[in-house]
Design a protein around this ligand. Sequence first.
Ligand code: NDP
Ligand code: HSE
Length: 404
Amino acid sequence: MINIAVLGYGTIGSGVVEVIDKNSDGISKKVGDEIRIKHVLDLRDFPGDRVESILVHDFDIILNDPEVTIVVEVMGGVEPAYTFVKKCLLAGKSVCTSNKELVAAHGPELVKIAKERNINFLFEASVGGAIPIIRPLCSSVTADKILEIKGILNGTTNYILTQMDTQGWDFDKALSKAQELGYAERNPEADIEGHDACRKIAILSSLAFGRNVNYEDIYTEGISKITAMDILYARKMDCKIKLLASSENIDGKYYAMVAPFLVKSSHPLSGVSGVFNAIFVKGSEIDDLMFYGSGAGKLPTACAVVADVIDAARHLNENIQTIWSEEGLALTGCENATRRFFVRVSGKRSGCEAKINEEFGEVDYIEPEEDTEGFGFVTPALAEKSFDEHLRNIPNVLGRIRFE
Ligand code: NDP
Ligand code: HSE
């Protein structure tokens, strides 16, 4: 019998208990032993719930229980998660977590402690929900040099953008529904301002490039400024708006960014809808790999956490190697990245056409289908820095979105 404890009985924690209960026979066969949930830690009580009799409010009960060998951390946030996880690892208990805030902030240290103790710190569910991406990066593609990672890494924002586009919902309605469905972070600002995707691309980049990428160094923009009008223009240009997270190794210089992009309908990422996520990994020899699946949600994510529990149970006194150096990786700014931009302007086109052409040369003008004020235009490809300089001279700009 392998005893585990679950820290946090919210969306994912209750999913972990449900998956283990539902699939206990299959899980036991895969582990070669029975997995028993001995304790569940939460702040609240759950009268009448399946976990009522195993619920604890004192973390020390779990820490000091020598029978507990694997701890699942699904509380979220950096503290007290970091303190609890570190104490568990130092006490010789393996930890499986879905908490990207924790992993992005303390990943290398926790990986190191697990290695020193010959146990495991596993975090497959911290990126891409149900999508296997951490394991492939740590084991399947290690023979190659990774050049680029690009994808949709946040389920909530992809759900919001999809509902705005296909159902005509406004932003707030789509966000409320994403919260109701259990996709959003406790503070959904992390989703809509891009911080969640930023932490995820930092984790993937650290594993892919072999040195630690500090998420605070990544240029990040969210989707809170995207309006129904932007979606209308996107449709006119045969595009979808997607929050993309990317990182690249170009001739030994490393770049990373999170921002909304206009993606042509012919691009595979444009068809990734709702809560689904997709991640491209480009290697110098393997070329493109694409990973696709549910990026958030109770049971899909819980399955990824439980798969880590199974792996930890199969390797109780053996560290599964994760290479995540504490040495930092310096990122180069994106100001020289060259791309086209869509710009939306209020007022009449005739009033500022000359100025736009003077600043940007030949642009493509886009008129909205509906009888609305304003117009849009698409610039030729130019560096971010140069675009910003020219845009400053254009009056009445309502917003701009990059083209993928
Ligand atoms: P929830 O807020 O639903 O659950 C967290 C649970 O932990 C709550 O029941 C909360 O109790 C409890 N908790 C918080 N602090 C403590 C504490 N100090 N001691 C004991 N219990 C505590 O979050 P989710 O389940 O949605 O997410 C959990 C983690 O998984 C997060 O890191 C999230 O980013 C990540 N994740 C979530 C996904 C999703 O689809 N939801 C997908 C992938 C990853 P209370 O409510 O009383 O505060
Ligand atoms: N809030 C996150 C998302 C959960 O929507 O992608 C999955 O990490």
